[in-house]
Design a protein around this ligand. Structure first.
Ligand SMILES: Cc1cc2nc3c(=O)[nH]c(=O)nc-3n(C[C@H](O)[C@H](O)[C@H](O)COP(=O)(O)O)c2cc1C
Length: 410
């Protein structure tokens, strides 16, 4: 009885949580057949080891089979009808690549520079919370894979491993993602801890101020027969208490919801820290211009992987207006729906300095732990290198708009 009550309380918490969803729709047969992440290659079979994967999508069905339904649902979900999640994918097909020929492409350099630091690749591991929900090694596995290959990693506020341990697993400085919380004292403590750990850049996520409707997550949670509350205590303090970045902090009354967030908060944060400040979740030229005005150092064009608001707009379609609005005054990155080297090439051509991936590396993690993440990163790098060769470019800095046709204007 008590366990059932715990579970009910936990589902109630899910219903109110901006991070975990509040859907009520019935489980649908179609959902059991295919999820928005499934590219439905008819001949796809479950891979038994990372080396069997032909592309990153091969990891998704293994992750789905391996994870408990509620955890898989948390990973797969978009919001409402998952239309924005799907748009992030289909958006890439609206742009085509203009390939040049007869260029010596025997040597390819995928490295890029951001805020004075060099990275071996423009493929960035976007912040994904609660990675131990996907594999016992969690963020440590992702960090080891990323560090060994020189990928920038952004650690989530909702991480299940501390910034100090992830920094040491990566082998050098990582960026820290901040959910503002509704309590300045907590925000400040997170910022100071990231500074002490050596993070050079703070990424403020601004696309999830208060609540969201993650119905796919809720449907999968209903299929899960385990007692969720034996791991997660209901309510924000219970959720945060399991996150090492909140160790030792008084969490009474604290929430990750921040409906009152405005540009004044951005100003206050700028005044509080010497870390560079990047806004994650900007989609429009107006907000890009305000980012310049408020002295922000960089932008990640993002809609949280289609898990925040159901705007229906692909991030790749938002990218050009943001790039144009900042007029080269700061680097612009993009994430959402990146699954192929050609997607990365298109994003670079439209002006992104680097490209974030979320679900793909988590599919690899869930399916096989660190070797899965290793392989996901290798596959994307290989595909990007191949596309660069085909297009006749030898470094990412050479990829510009002349390589793109905007099919929406045809
Ligand atoms: C399971 C999951 C958890 C996430 N957690 C966070 C988070 O804690 N903070 C954040 O800013 N973004 C978070 N995101 C969004 C990602 O950083 C990124 O924007 C998104 O996953 C990119 O889209 P993609 O999954 O299609 O690659 C999360 C995404 C997923 C799938």
């Amino acid at each position: 009885m008590e366990k059932a009550a715990d579970r009910r309380r936990f589902l109630k918490f899910l219903a109110a949580s901006p991070l975990l969803g509040r859907g009520t729709a019935q489980w649908g047969a179609a959902l059991a057949e295919a999820t928005p992440n499934d590219n439905r290659a008819p001949e796809r079979t479950l891979i038994a080891s990372p080396n069997d994967a032909l592309n990153v999508l091969d990891f998704e069905p293994v992750a789905r089979q391996t994870l408990p339904p509620a955890h898989y649902g948390y990973l797969a979900t978009g919001v409402d009808d998952d239309a924005t999640l799907q748009a992030n994918r289909t958006g890439f097909s609206k742009f085509q690549i203009r390939a040049r020929r007869l260029v010596d492409v025997s040597r390819i350099d995928t490295s890029m520079e951001l805020f004075g630091a060099n990275w071996k690749t423009p493929i960035v591991l976007a912040p994904v919370g609660s990675q131990k929900a996907f594999h016992a090694d969690g963020e440590m596995a992702s960090a080891r894979a990323a560090g060994a290959r020189g990928h920038l990693l952004i650690l989530s506020t909702g991480s299940t491993t501390s910034v100090e341990n992830v920094t040491s697993a990566w082998g050098g400085p990582i960026w820290y993602q901040l959910y503002p919380t509704d309590t300045w004292r907590i925000t400040q403590a997170l910022v100071r801890r990231a500074e002490r750990a050596g993070c050079p850049v703070l990424v403020l996520t601004v696309d999830l101020p208060a609540g969201r409707n993650t119905e796919t997550a809720a449907r999968f949670a209903k299929k899960d027969t385990r007692q969720c509350a034996s791991c997660h205590q209901p309510g924000w303090p219970g959720f945060l208490r399991r996150k090492p970045m909140f160790d030792g902090l008084d969490l009474s009354g604290v929430s990750l919801s921040s409906p009152g967030l405005t540009w004044e908060f951005v100003r206050r944060l700028k005044d509080t820290t010497k870390m560079k400040l990047v806004l994650k979740g900007i989609e429009t030229r107006e907000d890009a211009a305000l980012s310049v005005k408020y002295g922000v150092d960089g932008i990640i064009v993002s809609n949280h992987g289609g898990r925040a608001q159901e705007g229906g707009r692909a991030t790749i379609e938002c990218l050009p207006e943001v790039v144009d609005a900042v007029q080269g005054k700061m680097p612009v990155l993009v994430d959402g729906g990146v699954r192929r080297g050609t997607d990365i090439f298109k994003a670079l051509a439209l002006g992104a300095k680097a490209v974030g991936i979320g679900r793909p590396y988590i599919w690899g993690l869930a399916a096989f732990g660190q070797p899965g993440v290793d392989k996901v990163l290798d596959l994307l790098t290989r595909e990007l290198t191949l596309m660069m060769r085909h297009a006749g470019v030898t470094s990412v800095g050479q990829v510009n708009r002349s390589f793109i046709i905007d099919g929406r204007r045809q």
